[in-house]
Design a protein around this ligand. Structure first.
Ligand SMILES: *Cc1c(COP(=O)(O)O)cnc(C)c1O
Length: 370
């Protein structure tokens, strides 16, 4: 039995009638640009992330781009972030004319190491981007403290609905940053039927700026206080996302259940290091990412058995050819580099059946039982 890494059709089958009705409503209304569903979804995502404001935009990359711009990041500025993340995190910094300054990760969570952030902050640092990788929040309170007044953007593209207990209070992904950003790319836990993104903030002035930035720099049509972007969330996407949002908590709980199953099934396989979630965190497991030493061999074995898998991410960002101009060398961020050699993500999507979970487990176990 083949098991895909992700099966979007399986999820669609469970919600098809709701989604199609929501899409047809927009089609019949012909309200494709900033229709009422966009504002409704913004309210709901603000609620979920315990934030005062939310602003939809075209995708998760633009959410980062607009967030940086709203915080005044531009040419000559530096932004501290992790080299072990999806490319967009650092790409957005570059595209705002600023310079990514990388800091290594904490190896167990794969998230930026807070104790290294402070040393990277200098007179040119205008922002820090913490990434909540694979569904687990970064240590946002420690990163904020280390940033010493420099605003923190939380790239929560992979972590909508994740939470972290800080001083006895449950803090949601995006809530504690100056601006939190989300992506609705189809493979995220809350995925649209195309591209989409959102930014959340507690700060009314930042909210106003973000609203302007997404519509060419003015909230009143044809009046422009700044030069912004065309980066709106499609009404059709908002309608799909609104239909899916009530299921998100259940889907993320199902992913946690699948993760617990794998954790137990691999507990006696010394070659496999299962993902570690900090006790204060609740992960939404956008990925279930193990570490293994003989990764090429395991990948070939899984491929032969039809088990979906992928490497997020095979080359740390400081070693990407496009960032050669930054002058980083191999060996500078050893934990990020080691992670890029050892990580492997396995199927974790909520609709996995018991038989599929067994198939994945037996495929991995049989490789190490040779
Ligand atoms: C997916 C993702 C993004 C970009 O989102 P898009 O909607 O694809 O533009 C940014 N950062 C991280 C960490 C992501 O996983």
């Amino acid at each position: 039995m083949a098991v895909p890494l992700l099966d979007l059709k399986a999820q669609h089958a469970t919600i098809r009638d709701d989604v199609v009705a929501a899409l047809m409503h927009v089609v019949d209304q012909q309200t494709f640009i900033l229709g009422e569903e966009v504002g409704q979804l913004e309210c709901q995502v603000a609620g979920l992330s315990q934030s005062r404001f939310a602003v939809g935009c075209a995708n998760g990359t633009d959410a980062l781009l607009l967030a940086l711009r709203a915080l005044g990041v531009g040419a000559g500025d530096e932004v501290v972030t992790t080299p072990f993340t999806f490319f967009a995190t650092a790409g957005a910094v570059h595209n705002q004319g600023a310079r990514p300054v990388f800091v290594d990760i904490e190896p167990r969570t794969f998230n930026i190491a807070p104790e290294q952030v402070a040393a990277a902050i200098g007179p040119k640092t205008k922002a820090v981007i913490a990434v909540d990788l694979f569904g687990q929040m970064a240590a946002i309170e420690q990163i904020t403290a280390a940033a010493g007044g420099v605003p923190v953007i939380e790239d929560a593209a992979q972590s909508i609905g994740a939470s972290r207990v800080i001083d006895g209070r449950t803090v949601m992904a995006g809530e504690a940053a100056a601006i939190g950003t989300f992506s609705f790319f189809p493979s995220k836990n809350l995925g649209g039927y195309g591209d989409g993104g959102m930014m959340v903030t507690q700060d009314e002035a930042l909210f106003e700026t973000l609203m302007k930035l997404r519509t060419h720099g003015g909230r009143r049509t044809y009046f422009h206080e700044m030069v912004g972007y065309n980066s709106r969330l499609d009404t059709l996407q908002a309608a799909v996302l609104k239909a899916k949002l009530p299921h998100l908590a259940g889907w993320s709980a199902a992913r946690r259940k699948n993760a617990a199953f794998y954790d137990a099934a691999f507990a006696d396989v010394p070659e496999v290091t299962t993902p570690w979630v900090e006790p204060s965190n609740t992960s939404i497991y956008n990925q279930y990412t193990i570490r293994v030493s003989d990764r090429d061999g395991l990948q070939a074995h899984l491929k032969a058995r039809g088990i979906g898998h992928s490497v997020y991410y095979p080359l740390a960002l400081h070693l990407q050819p496009c960032f050669a101009y930054l002058g980083y060398r191999e060996g500078q961020f050893p934990e990020s580099e080691r992670a890029s050699r050892e990580v492997l993500s396995l199927p974790i999507y909520p609709e996995l059946t018991a038989a599929q979970l067994d198939e994945v487990v037996s495929a991995v176990r049989s490789y190490y039982a040779r």
